[in-house]
Design a protein around this ligand. Sequence first.
Ligand code: APR
Length: 314
Amino acid sequence: MAFRRKKIAVIGAGQVGATCALMLAQRGLGDVVLLDTAQGMAQGKALDILQAAAVELFDSHVRGTSDYAQTAGADVVVLTAGSPRRPGLTRDDLLSINAGVVAGCCREIKKHSPEAVVIVVTNPLDAMTFVAKRELGFPRERVIGMAGVLDTARFRTFVALELAVSARDVQALVMGGHGDSMVPMPRHCFVGGVPLTELLPSDRIQALVERARRGGDEIVKLLETGSAFYAPAASIAQMVEAVLRDQRRVLPCAAWLEGEYGVRGLFVGVPCVLGGRGVEDVCEIALDEDERGFFENSVARVRLLVDDLARLGL
Ligand code: APR
């Protein structure tokens, strides 16, 4: 019987990529190839992770490289390459720098792993996923943006802190673009099965919504020299696991919409069924008037970002 371990390529061995490689290996999801253009960066971090395996006792092999040939035939590719946000630099400012990086990486991914499910993490997320899909030319199932799992994790964390309960019992949904226009949905948030709206007054809920919207900025301001990476890496690992274990998880992802929610030809955060083929289904839920308004505003912001790509010739 021929048995082949799953192969995961992580492009970009910076804070997010390396942390993600560790988490993927710890979960035993497959062998990990970490790639970076910075000399020695991926190799050094991969070796470090491999040595952690001897103590932590995980079996995944982790290899570092600058050569895409080593990533060939990956089942899943995670794209984290690019410049992170810095104080004073908005996601939108990163557009030009990172569009070039993402396009270049995707040409290599297409060449070496033409059957992969590609999870894009580089910001500004919705625009970078757009660039990735254009360069890859893969079907929509196989190009996914990681944003909603992270945004939802942030909202769930703030709800859990407010109520002094475990975040594992807080279920939530955040839709829209990945940025301060994202749409946390209190109506769809439940704590141990009880609607959040029955547990907190609306002004408290609104404060949590606002904090979730600025969740990334809060960390950028504290760190001063980079952006969040533990929660992003954990969010990626959950998505990779859903794909490689064909779990059919219902997770919010940036998905290419083809008319769902009245949107066509854009990546926007919506609830998806994530399984072996990638985005197996886009779930359309009924939005009330307020939610629809916030969602449409967020979609308009994503569209502006994508229009900027064209205007800048990116
Ligand atoms: N190919 C491969 N790696 C690249 C390339 C490229 N063309 N260009 C840059 N890199 C690498 C850098 O050498 C660096 O090691 O990408 C890595 C990025 O790592 P960090 O600077 O530590 O950034 P990180 O915090 O990991 O964030 C990466 O994820 O969440 C997003 O906004 C974040 O867009 C950013 C990305």
